[in-house]
Design a protein around this ligand. Sequence first.
Ligand code: NAD
Length: 296
Amino acid sequence: MAKIGFIGLGNMGGPMAINLVKAGHEVKGLDLSSDAVSRHSEAGGGVAGSTGEAAIDVDVVITMLPAGSHVRAIYLADDGVLAHAKAGTLMIDCSTIDVQTARTVGEAAAERGMDMIDAPVSGGVAGAAGATLTFMVGGPDKAFDRARPVLDVMGKNIVHAGGAGNGQAAKICNNMILGVSMIGVCEAFVLAEQLGLDHQKLYDISSTASGQCWSLTSYCPVPGPVETAPSNRDYQPGFSAAMMSKDLKLAQQAAQSTGASTPMGAQAAALYSLFEAAGHSGTDFSGIIRFLRGES
Ligand code: NAD
């Protein structure tokens, strides 16, 4: 069993860390929120009083933080993880962040003789609790091989996408497809409504025709056709518009820095920003259909 420092015990990190505790690992948790730390210790986890304490004398450091700025600070600051961890410690960053930060921190870890992977997830809070997350991993083969048994405890689909940063690249490319396809499906239903075409009829036809995609058949944005979709529970997330907006902005940041042409991704990012500005950050991202209809 491994000694693990786990930093960021929020909606995702909390249940992920508890799954590691349940599997018998010794997990020192750290969070700015005392409630999050209490939940971790009540589940049998240990507590670290500082970043240094979470990184000292462990085999693995795992981070699950809000954004790239937090990840840079936690790893690279004078009193951060890299300053305290011993050479050979394995670093796993599961946060969703920009590709450049993932590469910068991965290089800094390698310079100090540490193995590091970026391992963002999909599957949401339910996947974190049920240990069914998908991990998209970037980093050297050796680091991936070392991390695999730890990731297996928290997820069920672990994919090595290439070198440092490629886990983040896979995550934002996938979610750009998702954002664009969701808006496309929503627009088709809005047009069908205006044309007098029944939701279920459009679903039955498009779900077996060339319009078929995950946003339609697994997450249908109108109530009825897909029982488990958030559209059947007043667009409670699910995957919030704020999360989608964050990932689309990261995709646009990457597109601008690489010169990739992503006009549909840019439109999707702009629409989700407007949806958020209209007060819907906490609404499921499929709820953007209401915004496209002009509903408040
Ligand atoms: P969250 O805000 O619930 O958790 C983040 C935690 O990090 C908070 O508890 C916060 O107190 C802690 N934190 C921040 N700075 C810290 C510091 N300096 N030291 C210690 N703790 C610190 O967010 P979340 O929903 O758990 O998401 C975490 C990451 O996972 C994000 O990057 C998000 O984009 C990604 N993600 C979330 C979901 C989801 O459905 N929630 C799905 C996929 C990916």
